[in-house]
Design a protein around this ligand. Structure first.
Ligand code: SF4
Length: 107
């Protein structure tokens, strides 16, 4: 499982730039660039009906990452096998405004 550093601090699961969700799903099946990927598990704090108390807990430094970005060199049968990934999107309002900065093409 990769160590996850997440800059999407507007996400309800973000805890001090770590993710408290336990697992995430990255989209971007035909992604050629990092900007074509996104964290599908992103939920904006203000739009979510989930309260803080239901997702209480610390962020996890290591997290299970399912990933559709088949052209990424770290993609192993739709799982991320990178040692560490960075999710970007500090002012994201939707998942489309996030991206996996660590994406690297395998070509
Ligand atoms: S590094 Fe590659 S395989 Fe891992 S989550 Fe990001 S895009 Fe997917």
């Amino acid at each position: 499982m990769p160590a996850l550093n997440c800059m999407a601090t507007t996400c309800i699961y973000n805890r001090d730039e770590l993710c408290s969700r336990g697992d995430i799903e990255v989209k971007g099946r035909s992604a050629e660039y990092a900007g074509d990927t996104c964290c599908h598990s992103f939920r904006e704090k203000s739009e979510s009906s989930v309260t803080n108390s239901t997702v209480a807990g610390c962020g996890c430094s290591k997290i299970d990452v399912k990933c559709e970005a088949e052209k990424c060199m770290y993609n192993d049968d739709c799982r991320c096998n990178a040692g560490q990934i960075n999710i970007d999107g500090p002012s994201a309002c939707t998942c489309d405004e996030t991206e996996c900065e660590t994406f690297r093409t395998n070509g």
